[in-house]
Ligand binder design. Structure first.
Ligand code: FAD
Length: 419
């Protein structure tokens, strides 16, 4: 609902989701095969149908069951008979949902990928308990909400050296500690949470569990202005008893799963970021083609048109990189009987490069598009200001800028071993 409309009616009418998808398809469909195009068209129909039901004054969570009914809480892994699946489909899902509603996409990714993915990894690694399957079904239907607890008040980028303490009991483990910035935390039914038996040796003692809120998890909502429809918490574990069946990876295996999760997580975040880039850019393209000043469309002024041309080039570079990285991940890792070590190394590196590049680009594009559109873009008359707001957090989530650069720098040093 626009509070006070000042935008020209004819322009507003053209800035529809249908038209955004038309311009997106014109740019992206030549890179996709028939199955991928079909998948996108179905997703677009879903988004266009859901759009009028979204109330931007309400939290995003009531929309989860709508996503769940269509198998759109995640698309990396095969779940029930929702097809097609894989990392490329997940990237395209994140892109479309960000174009539809970037805050819904943030919360969806935290529940479906950050919390949901570990339940799939549990079974890939031979897990036997039925509990993670039940939780997976609850999360992926959108009936329940999940989150991930890695970051602590004193351990952000240095996440491995976490201080949340796990203690073994006869039938499970007790968690004591605090997590921060837990996306979905205040609303979550399940917390995929990491702790260590030995703070001095986290690599060999890390535990990953999926903890039900009613085991005694406490949450306090943080005030984060840029995503008001998503709840993010300070999360407290005060002697929380977790039964064995809820432990996904014990005795140091939690460390391996933490890292196994980071690559799909970063690739998925790229998908969300790409949607933010395309949405802001396309709204900018439509508006500047229709808005006239000095007797002509403002896009014809070089100051406006060249800037959008620069951003279009970068958006295409970003989506090409994401789709290529996802194709390699699908072909050589996810669907391969013998995952290629070379591909695993490459995708780990490229997921950091891509996450770094795309996250930064969301901010550049949203800011530049706002400047090129003028005043209307900072009002609620177009979706661009909401995109600008969420772009502020893209670089911090999933590992801040410097941590991606640190990982990329370590690759650069490894190249010398080739000589
Ligand atoms: C909106 C939002 C949602 C989030 N959601 C989740 C979530 O669901 N679950 C979760 O566990 N976490 C979540 N996070 C946490 C996020 O992953 C961390 O904020 C991030 O890892 C950085 O940690 P920090 O904020 O403590 O910064 P710090 O680690 O304190 O870093 C401060 C600054 O120092 C830099 N720095 C740190 N170490 C180095 C180094 N070695 N070299 C160079 N520079 C360095 C950083 O880049 C940064 O600029 C979320 C964060 C936000 C803001």
């Amino acid at each position: 609902m626009i509070q006070e409309k000042i935008i020209n009616d004819q322009i507003l009418e053209k800035m529809s989701l249908e038209n955004v998808f038309k311009i997106f398809n014109d740019n992206v469909f030549p890179m996709l095969n028939d199955e991928e195009r079909e998948y996108c068209l179905t997703l677009q129909e879903f988004c266009i149908e859901l759009n009028p039901k979204i109330d931007k004054s309400k939290d995003v969570y009531e929309l989860f069951p709508e996503l769940g009914k269509n198998g759109y809480i995640q698309r990396i892994n095969q779940w029930r008979d929702f097809n097609p699946v894989g990392m490329k489909k997940e990237i395209l899902l994140g892109t479309h949902l960000s174009i539809l509603d970037p805050q819904l996409e943030l919360a969806r990714l935290a529940s479906g990928i950050l919390c949901g993915n570990p339940t799939f990894h549990y079974y890939t690694h031979g897990g036997k308990s039925d509990i993670p399957q039940k939780i997976q079904d609850e999360l992926l239907t959108g009936q329940k909400i999940g989150c991930i607890g890695i970051t602590e008040p004193e351990r952000g980028s240095d996440a491995v050296n976490m201080t949340t303490k796990c203690t073994k009991t006869d039938d499970g483990v007790v968690y004591n500690g605090e997590k921060v910035y837990t996306t979905n935390g205040p609303k979550a039914d399940y917390f995929c949470c990491y702790g260590v038996y030995d703070e001095l040796n986290p690599r060999d003692s890390m535990v990953q569990s999926i903890i039900a809120r009613d085991f005694g998890v406490k949450t306090e909502r943080l005030k984060i202005n840029s995503v008001p429809r998503v709840h993010i918490s300070h999360t407290i574990f005060d002697n929380v008893n977790v039964p064995k069946d809820y432990i996904l990876a014990d005795d140091g295996l939690g460390y391996k799963r933490l890292f196994e999760g980071l690559v799909p997580e970063r690739l998925s975040i790229m998908g969300s970021g790409i949607g933010i880039c395309w949405a802001a850019l396309i709204y900018g393209i439509i508006y500047t083609n229709l808005r006239k000043q000095f007797g002509k469309p403002v896009v014809r002024f070089q100051g406006v048109g060249y800037s959008l041309a620069d951003l279009l080039t970068k958006s295409n570079a970003a989506i090409s990189l994401a789709l290529q990285a996802a194709s390699v991940y699908d072909e050589k890792i996810l669907f391969s009987e013998q995952p290629s070590k070379e591909a695993i190394k490459w995708v780990a590196g490229i997921s950091s490069q891509g996450k770094y590049y795309v996250a930064k680009l969301t901010h550049e594009i949203c800011y530049e598009v706002q400047q090129q559109m003028g005043g209307v873009a900072v009002t609620d008359n177009t979706p661009v200001d909401e995109l600008m707001d969420i772009s502020k957090i893209e670089e911090v989530i999933g590992g801040a800028r410097n941590i991606q650069l640190l990982l990329i720098q370590s690759q650069i040093q490894r190249f010398m071993g080739l000589l």
